[in-house]
Each structure stands twice: as structure tokens, then as C-alpha cells.
Write a protein that binds this ligand. Structure first.
Ligand SMILES: [Mg+2]
Length: 336
């Protein structure tokens, strides 16, 4: 039997989302820690959550059995601080609006973090989520922006799911400042924008094309990967479904689709065309009359990934719509 290379072996490094991929709240996602530990390349754990310092995230990962330190965690606060240093220069005075992770990232990037009472000559504002953000702080941010300060937001997430319900997320607090200023941020760095992933690529010392981005959400993780020029793996352990993946617009299309992270260690090649058929490992087939016609020899991940690419192509050619694409992958999950 031919020994195939694994999905993990096809990439030099990885960028991995956390919630819905590695853990769900405090609980681990099955198989994630073992699969990531065995991945073989360096991993950056990239989170839109701006409030937690990297060491807190790394400690959570170690509790789950993943050998990670603060340097293995990239936050949207760090991406925001890097963006402000790039445009304003080292030592510029910046207002930190958000949790402790925001001020820490600014200080570590060599920027001067302004404290209450010194809010004059504000060159920049970094706005991220924080439980202790007050209306007074949002007012200071708005005043600074109106006086010409450069405004960077860590992430645009409007809502934040918690164990008690849905809370307003950073995007909602950004909207409050936007309403006061009559304009939006100069830059947003978190997923689905590219800056956080590009920061990870710099740290990994790899080109984006040689990095696999792993996530559970099409509208953040996968869209960000496309924006950054990275291939991506959508795992079905979090928010987005296989049906949504198949129906996705080109700007949020995953390269691979798998039930969970064990697929990193499977033979899961990028699907290719062989005549009219699509082929992914042992899976082979095509869309005929809106339905899948093919073998069922492959693994579930091979079947899902193969149908995904066939569905993308058929949608682009106008042969099926999003609902039809969803049915193509739903058929496989129903059979399984
Ligand atoms: Mg997630």
C-alpha cells in the first residue's frame, strides 16, 4: 500500500484559531490537543480576543495538554499595536481602550500608553474588547479621533457569546465611537482582515502560501485566510457547518473541510480534476443533475473536501446555487 503524505506534512507551519477548534469555553475539543501536538511544524494560535494577555491564553492551552508559551499566541491587540507602530513610529502616544491585553501589547510594541489624566496629544487609539471599558473611555477615544488620532480596532465582532447569553462584542463598542465621530476606524486588524494572520506569518518566518490556517468560522477564520493568501482547513467542531462551507462566496472558501483535527494526519490532498471527475485521495466523483455521482471509497474528510471543490466550481459556472451546493455535502453527512 502506498504511504501518502498527510495534510500536516504539506505545510511548513500553521495558524490555529482557539474557540471552537482547540476548546469550547473551558472544555477541550476532542482530538485537538493530540493532533496539534503531532502536527510537526510551528503553530501560532491566533485569537481575535483582545482582552486576554498571551500568557493567559498559553496557560489555558497548557492545561489542555498543549505545550505553548506566550510567544506561540498572537492576539488582535498585538496586531493592532504593530499596525500603530508602523504608521506612527516607536514611542508614539496611544490611548488603550480595552482589557489588559490592549495596553500590554502597546507597551511591548514600544508605544507610549497614555494613562488617565494625560489624554492630550493622542497620536493613536487602539480599541479592543474589555469588560471594564467605560462610557468615559469611549468618549476619550471619540475626542482623540475627532482631533485626528489614528484609530485602529482589534476586531469587528458585533456580538460575544458567553455562557449566560449573547453580549455586545468589540464591534458594538466600535460602533458607539463611530456614531460619535461620523466615521469608522482607520484599520481593523483581527480576522476576517489579514493583519493578524500576516503577523503570524512574520513570526513563523514563512510565506503565507506555505502556512495552513485552521478555524471553525467561515466569516472570520476562513475569510481571513483568503485575505492573507493562506490555504485553510475548516473543522466542524465549532460554529460553521459543512453546508455553509459548500455555499460560501469565493472570499470565504475553505481549501479543506474535515470533521475534526485528526484529519491533519490523514491523506487529505487538495482535490484535482481528472476529466469530468474531481479526485481527493480515494474519493472520486462529479456533480450530475445537481446530485453527487461517485465512489464512496475515501475517508469522510476526503469526501467532504472533494465535494466542496466540485460545489465551488459548479456554483461559479452557474450550474447550481448555494442551496444546491449545501445539498451536495449534506448528502455525504447523511449517508455517513
Ligand atoms: Mg473559533
Amino acid at each position: 500500500m502506498t504511504k501518502h503524505p498527510t495534510l500536516a506534512a504539506a505545510y511548513a507551519a500553521f495558524v490555529c484559531d482557539l474557540d471552537g477548534v482547540v476548546y469550547r469555553g473551558p472544555a477541550p475539543v476532542d482530538h485537538a490537543a493530540e493532533a496539534l501536538t503531532a502536527a510537526g511544524g510551528p503553530i501560532q494560535y491566533a485569537t481575535n480576543n483582545a482582552s486576554r494577555p498571551p500568557e493567559d491564553v498559553a496557560e489555558h492551552l497548557r492545561e489542555l495538554g498543549i505545550d505553548a508559551g506566550p510567544d506561540d499566541v498572537a492576539t488582535s491587540s498585538q496586531a493592532g499595536a504593530a499596525a500603530l507602530r508602523e504608521s506612527l513610529g516607536t514611542g508614539a502616544s496611544v490611548l488603550a481602550v480595552g482589557g489588559p491585553g490592549v495596553a500590554l501589547a502597546l507597551a511591548e510594541a514600544g508605544l507610549h500608553v497614555l494613562h488617565p489624566g494625560e489624554y492630550r496629544d493622542v497620536a493613536g487609539v487602539l480599541q479592543g474588547y474589555g469588560l471594564d471599558v467605560t462610557v468615559a473611555m469611549l468618549g476619550e477615544a471619540a475626542y482623540a479621533v475627532q482631533r485626528g488620532a489614528r484609530w485602529v480596532a482589534t476586531n469587528p465582532d458585533l456580538t460575544l457569546p458567553t455562557d449566560r447569553g449573547i453580549a455586545p462584542g468589540n464591534g458594538s463598542l466600535v460602533a458607539a465611537v463611530r456614531t460619535a465621530c461620523g466615521r469608522g476606524p482607520d484599520e481593523v486588524v483581527g480576522k476576517p482582515f489579514a493583519a493578524l494572520y500576516i503577523l503570524c506569518a512574520h513570526r513563523l518566518k514563512q510565506e503565507p502560501k506555505d502556512i495552513l490556517a485552521i478555524g471553525d468560522r467561515l466569516d472570520t477564520d476562513i475569510e481571513g485566510a483568503v485575505a492573507a493568501g493562506m490555504d485553510s482547513l475548516l473543522v466542524l467542531t465549532g460554529v460553521s457547518t459543512a453546508e455553509q462551507a459548500a455555499a460560501a462566496d469565493p472570499h470565504s472558501r475553505a481549501t479543506y473541510l474535515a470533521p475534526d483535527l485528526r484529519s491533519l494526519h490523514e491523506d487529505l490532498p487538495r482535490p484535482s480534476r481528472d476529466g469530468e471527475d474531481w479526485v481527493c485521495g480515494d474519493d472520486r466523483g462529479r456533480i450530475v443533475g445537481g446530485a453527487w455521482a461517485g465512489s464512496a471509497e475515501g475517508t469522510l474528510a476526503q469526501g467532504l473536501t472533494n465535494r466542496l471543490h466540485a460545489a465551488y466550481e459548479a456554483q461559479d459556472a452557474g450550474r447550481i446555487d448555494g442551496a444546491g451546493a449545501a445539498r451536495i455535502v449534506a448528502g455525504l453527512l447523511a449517508d455517513d
